[in-house]
Ligand binder design. Structure first.
Ligand SMILES: [Zn+2]
Length: 65
């Protein structure tokens, strides 16, 4: 699922949301503003690092046994 970053025009805060298909633009969690602007940001970093971590565990042999 894509993660989008939104910037609220009212209070200027940033927040991220996982957007499903057809979902409406979320309101600002800080001020409730309903016109956040979608930003294109490299916010996959966390997901990507988690993915790499998983792959690393997969690749490296289990030494516990
Ligand atoms: Zn706001």
């Amino acid at each position: 699922m894509p993660i989008y970053e939104y910037e609220c025009k009212s209070c200027g805060c940033l927040f991220e949301r996982i957007m499903k298909v057809g979902e409406e633009v979320p309101a600002c969690p800080a001020c409730g503003g309903n016109r956040p602007r979608k930003r294109i940001a490299p916010f996959r970093t966390n997901a990507w690092s988690a993915f790499l971590d998983r792959m690393e565990k997969r690749i490296s042999p289990e030494k516990s046994r």
